[in-house]
Design a protein around this ligand. Structure first.
Ligand SMILES: Cc1ncc(C[n+]2csc(CCOP(=O)(O)OP(=O)(O)O)c2C)c(N)n1
Ligand code: SF4
Ligand SMILES: [Mg+2]
Length: 348
């Protein structure tokens, strides 16, 4: 008997047999053209291409347009929308309770650098395994475009108000405090952002990515330093970034004179082809100096500023058990009666 040919095109699947559709989320309610939407798309691409099981991912966010965006990707993953600026403590609890989760924090420049700065700095100094993305537009988009703490001096609002306070550079701060993978990208640079996200997925420690993500409604005009046009004119990529996952095992020739090969925690390779100068992203002091120099020259540097794939994470320091806490039996988590009796005796 003849079979009826199906007209449905076959969807390609990744190494765990899932199609890209299985990494998508709800339909976005953000403004058309908002940089945050492009970042969501790159997260979907990176998770799909790396073959990450969506159920392994915990999406964590605070409050803001950026913090809403986890609803628009990976709807099979876990998710927690925390109070404004308080996502880091929720993320820390989640990762400590289950270290097998891949924690993906999505925050905004307001959520991180204004109301959330206290929690942010403590997250960075712990080197907790988490990918922490700041969708940085220099304003509080959700509350109609007031300056945030990452707005540059001299940046102008649509109303004509000029910002005269110095910005907080979240990358410098993260490097200084102890995050082990720190970089900056631009929502409009698909290739660079995708490569950085893929490397972030295999990194064992805090990945802090500040992604310039223009707010088309409140901060994309002449005079803004976080607009598409400004980034087109001032983006200075430090390296050409490529990522070779462990499972691809492709031997690609490279010239060690111009390309730095960083072996990641799981044996994958992050290849950084130097574009501008002889920059070594394992040198913390050099990274901080270079970021300072770039500010003085009004350049927005992008790329991997600092990386140490071997730095012990918070989980290593605390000797956290490999098993999710919820799966441990009572006799393992509860001290035996003899120990409790001893404690009581010592208090007499
Ligand atoms: C405790 C608290 N204070 C203030 C607000 C009001 N608020 C909501 S979102 C936001 C700023 C969001 O800015 P950002 O994190 O940069 O996100 P964006 O909308 O720009 O993506 C503010 C101040 C709030 N929701 N909760
Ligand atoms: S207001 Fe700005 S940040 Fe919010 S969705 Fe619109 S463009 Fe994006
Ligand atoms: Mg913002």
């Amino acid at each position: 008997m003849a079979t009826t040919p199906t007209s449905e095109p076959q969807q390609k699947s990744n190494r765990i047999g899932l199609t890209v559709i299985e990494y998508k989320g709800g339909k976005t309610t953000l403004c058309a053209g908002c940089g945050h939407n492009a970042i969501s798309e790159r997260i979907v691409d990176a998770m799909y291409e790396m073959g990450v099981p969506p159920e392994r991912v915990a999406k964590l966010s605070g409050i803001g347009c950026s913090s809403k965006s986890p609803a628009y990707f990976m709807n099979r993953s876990h998710a927690f929308n925390a109070v404004h600026g308080r996502m880091p403590s929720v993320a820390t609890g989640a990762v400590l309770a289950n270290r097998n989760l891949l924690a993906l924090g999505v925050s905004g420049d307001g959520d991180t650098a204004s109301i959330g700065i206290g929690q942010f700095v403590h997250l960075m100094r712990r080197n907790l395994p988490i990918i922490y993305i700041i969708e940085d537009n220099g304003v509080y988009g959700l509350t109609k475009g007031q300056f945030s703490a990452t707005a540059d001096v001299g940046s102008k609002l649509k109303t004509g108000v000029i910002n005269d306070l110095p910005p907080i550079d979240t990358c410098s701060l993260a490097i200084q405090l102890g995050a082990s993978f720190v970089g900056r990208s631009f929502s409009g640079d698909k290739r660079q952002l995708l490569a950085m996200l893929k490397a972030a997925i295999v990194h064992h420690g805090t990945v802090m990515l500040d992604v310039i993500s223009p707010c088309v409604t409140f901060n994309d005009h002449e005079g803004s330093t976080k607009s598409y046009k400004y980034m087109k004119d001032h983006d200075e990529p430090l390296q050409e970034i490529s990522f070779i996952p462990k499972f691809e095992d492709i031997e690609v020739d490279y010239d060690p004179g111009t390309t730095l090969d960083v072996t990641m925690h799981d044996g994958s390779h992050l290849r950084l082809r130097k574009l501008n100068e002889d920059y070594d992203p394992t040198d913390k002091v050099r990274a901080l100096t270079m970021l300072n120099e770039a500010h003085e020259k009004d350049e927005t540097l992008t790329g991997v500023f600092y990386i140490d794939p071997k730095q012990p994470s918070f989980l290593d320091l605390l000797h956290v058990t490999e098993h999710p806490l919820a799966t441990l039996p009572g006799e393992v988590v509860r001290p035996p009666k003899s120990v409790l009796d001893e404690v009581m005796e010592s208090l007499r």
